[in-house]
Ligand binder design. Structure first.
Ligand code: ADP
Ligand code: MG
Length: 290
């Protein structure tokens, strides 16, 4: 293990953005597999009721996931630890907390509990439920729904670091800045009266689905850097059919045969993810060191 359990807990990384289709789930799965290949013991948590990450790990959200095998048991208060919801996956060294459509009930349960229970903090439910997992795993990767829902707020508050995939086009850029503005406002409202606070070790923005042939995206890339500054990584995940091919086969670029017919495209995509994994590994090492 790359973590000294006597000195530090697991690093928790949440992959988030307001929008759907920006590569959150693909990035979460590739990060999990890449970090696992480096020797980390990884727990992936799918918090999107659509269950795309669950599907990528070979589990069918509609038929193979019970409510208590998702984070719903934490949200309802039936469980105080995530561990009973954990299952193993086909990938050695990666365990999964799955998602299913039933998880959408969290959007009603959490505000109801907030009203009914004294001293309840709806935004800390997932964070509190990870205590045992942080001792068991080296890295926890959380995939999120494309909204600023109660679930997403929990996933962000539970994180040490955030990875935000962002395709370099004008609409995705605009909604990403709305996302940060809203999230920051929500946090300051929640914490104002609570003596609670949240600091991230890192917030990294990775340009995703980058189409080199698209001249427009050159300008947008400059806006993104102007808005987010040094948070924007120099790593670019190329837009390539190989990502779609991999997800059609329920996997990522790390599942694919390097000698396949699309070897060249695959190498380009995998090189980009390798860079991202390398960068995130360094962030994780810094979190271990405190
Ligand atoms: P999100 O989780 O943000 O909704 P996904 O990771 O599910 O996004 O990706 C949305 C779709 O785009 C999927 O069909 C996926 O296979 C495809 N996709 C993801 N990354 C890439 C990429 N780099 N190039 C081309 N297609 C991609
Ligand atoms: Mg997704």
């Amino acid at each position: 293990s790359l973590r000294d359990p006597s000195k530090s807990a697991a690093a928790t990384i949440t992959v988030a953005n307001f929008k759907g289709g920006v590569s959150k789930t693909t990035t979460a799965a590739a990060l999990a597999q890449g970090l696992s290949l480096q020797g980390h013991r990884v727990l992936v948590i799918d918090t999107d009721p659509q269950g795309s990450l669950t599907t990528l790990f070979g589990v069918l959200p509609d038929t193979e996931v019970e409510a208590d095998q998702t984070i719903l048991a934490l949200c309802s208060g039936e469980e105080s630890s995530i561990m009973p919801a954990v299952r193993s996956t086909y990938w050695d060294g990666i365990d999964l907390v799955a998602a299913a459509p039933v998880l959408f009930n969290a959007e009603f349960l959490l505000p109801a509990r907030q009203k009914a229970e004294k001293d309840f903090a709806f935004w800390r439910v997932l964070d509190a439920g990870l205590e045992e997992a942080r001792r068991t795993y080296d890295v926890i990767i959380i995939d999120t729904p494309p909204s600023l829902s109660y679930i997403t707020i929990n996933a962000l508050i539970a994180a040490d670091g955030i990875v935000m995939p962002l395709p370099p086009n004008a609409l995705d850029f605009a909604s990403s800045t709305q996302f940060w503005t809203l999230f920051t406002e929500v946090c300051s409202q929640l914490f104002r009266t609570r003596g609670d606070n949240k600091k991230f070790s890192f917030v990294d923005i990775v340009l995703s689905r980058v189409d080199r042939a698209d001249a427009v995206s050159v300008d947008v890339r400059e806006w993104i850097v102007a808005a987010y500054g040094s948070k924007v990584l120099s790593i670019e995940i190329p837009k390539t059919s190989i990502a779609a091919t991999a997800s059609a086969g329920f996997g990522t670029v790390y599942d694919m045969d390097a000698n396949s017919a699309q070897a060249k495209t695959l190498k380009r995509a995998r090189d980009a993810y390798d860079q991202l994994v390398g960068h995130v590994s360094m962030q994780i090492a810094a979190i271990y060191e405190g």
